[in-house]
Design a protein around this ligand. Structure first.
Ligand code: UT7
Length: 329
């Protein structure tokens, strides 16, 4: 551990669209209630992108805020990575739309697509590229406009999702702070439990796929729930073991925000006190890859992260994919 080179976050920023959709609004759209949504998910409201806002627009706003927070300009960045599951276009990558809007010249840009775990996969990829010398300073963004791929007639999914983006600026650490360990896994045999079935090369868009709502998210929620609890607990345990850090030393546990009951169950399995677990699902719903970086940016804004703070990031998502990162600020 002692000699390991580390990368660290030197700037954070987030952006959520202005428009808010409350549970009361949803109760007018589908057969549901505020009480059901709050007790079964912990969600009270979520932010919704405007008709003319694409994922790249949210990412650009978050990126500008992260650069400002780092006291840097776009010319100081030499790689842009955008983690998302809701691209602007099937191709090219959303990162290329973002790169152009940020006027980043010819800086390389690519996407990481790994379900809700995408941002943690992105951190691990960025770590490898910085430590290998391929990039010096990376702008890593997680952004989603999930509400444009949501079936607003499916009460089992439409209550869950919200839109948002967050960005971090990453570089090699010289002071012992940063990403101490990571653990990442996937199980592609379970793809069918959570996916957008049509619009790709398996099932290209036709009038038939549209009639069947194949362009929207389909999820077997209760199946996903069970895997999420088990895998998130496993990931955090393994990342802590790799960092040689005891659970008692954790200051902040920052889980993916898919369902408050998943967060509670993972916290109980890991025996992490509730006051160390960050929850913002009540205000944002599930923003997929944006959940964890928005949480980090909010925590920094509220001065809840100080030098030396030990954080565990933990996520699970479509694929299935899951990962955890132990990070010392
Ligand atoms: O981001 C990573 C991936 N996503 C997740 O991790 C999400 C994981 N899953 C979940 O969060 C939960 O499974 C849901 C919130 C999606 C659903 O909660 P659940 O406790 O698993 O409910 P269920 O699907 O087992 O459904 C229980 C009942 C059903 O009625 P019956 O068949 O018992 O009569 C559903 O039709 O609740 C009904 N139901 C609703 N009722 C009111 C489902 N959605 C709603 C709703 N309002 N919005």
């Amino acid at each position: 551990m002692e000699n390991r080179r580390l990368i660290k976050i030197v700037g954070t920023g987030y952006y959520v669209p202005d428009q808010i959709l409350t549970n009361a609004d949803l109760a007018k759209m589908v057969d549901t209630t505020d009480e059901w949504i709050v007790t079964r998910t912990g969600i009270r409201e979520r932010h919704i992108a405007a008709a003319d806002q694409a994922t790249s627009d949210l990412c650009v706003e978050a990126a500008r805020r992260a650069l400002k927070n780092a006291h840097l300009e776009i010319k100081d960045i030499d790689l842009i990575i955008v983690c998302n599951n809701t691209p602007d276009t099937v191709f090219p990558a959303t990162s290329c739309w973002v790169q152009a809007k940020l006027e980043a010249g010819t800086v390389p840009a690519f996407d990481v697509i790994a379900g809700c775990t995408g941002f943690l996969y992105g951190l691990i990829v960025a770590e490898g590229l910085i430590l290998s010398g391929s990039a010096k300073r990376v702008l890593l963004i997680g952004g989603e406009v999930l509400t444009k791929v949501t079936n607003w007639k499916d009460r089992g999914t439409c209550i869950l999702f919200g839109d948002g983006a967050a960005a971090v600026v990453l570089e090699e650490s010289r002071d012992g702070s940063g990403m101490l360990s990571s653990y990442w896994k996937a199980d592609g045999t379970l793809t069918n439990l959570l996916l957008i079935p049509a619009g790709g090369t398996q099932k290209p868009t036709t009038l038939q796929t549209v009639a069947e709502n194949g362009q929207f998210i389909v999820m077997k929620g209760n199946e996903v729930f069970k895997h999420a609890v088990k895998r998130m607990a496993e990931a955090a345990e393994e990342a802590l073991r790799k960092a040689n850090i005891a659970k008692e030393a954790i200051d902040l546990f920052i889980p993916h925000q898919a369902n408050k009951r998943i967060i509670d169950a993972v916290g109980e399995r890991l025996k992490i006190p509730k006051d160390k677990i960050y929850v913002n699902i009540d205000r944002y719903g599930n923003m997929s890859v944006a959940c964890i970086p928005v949480a980090i940016a909010e925590l920094r804004q509220h001065k809840k992260i100080k030098p030396g703070t030990i954080m565990v990031l933990d996520a699970f998502g479509a694929g299935f994919t899951w990962a955890s990162i132990v990070y010392k600020w």
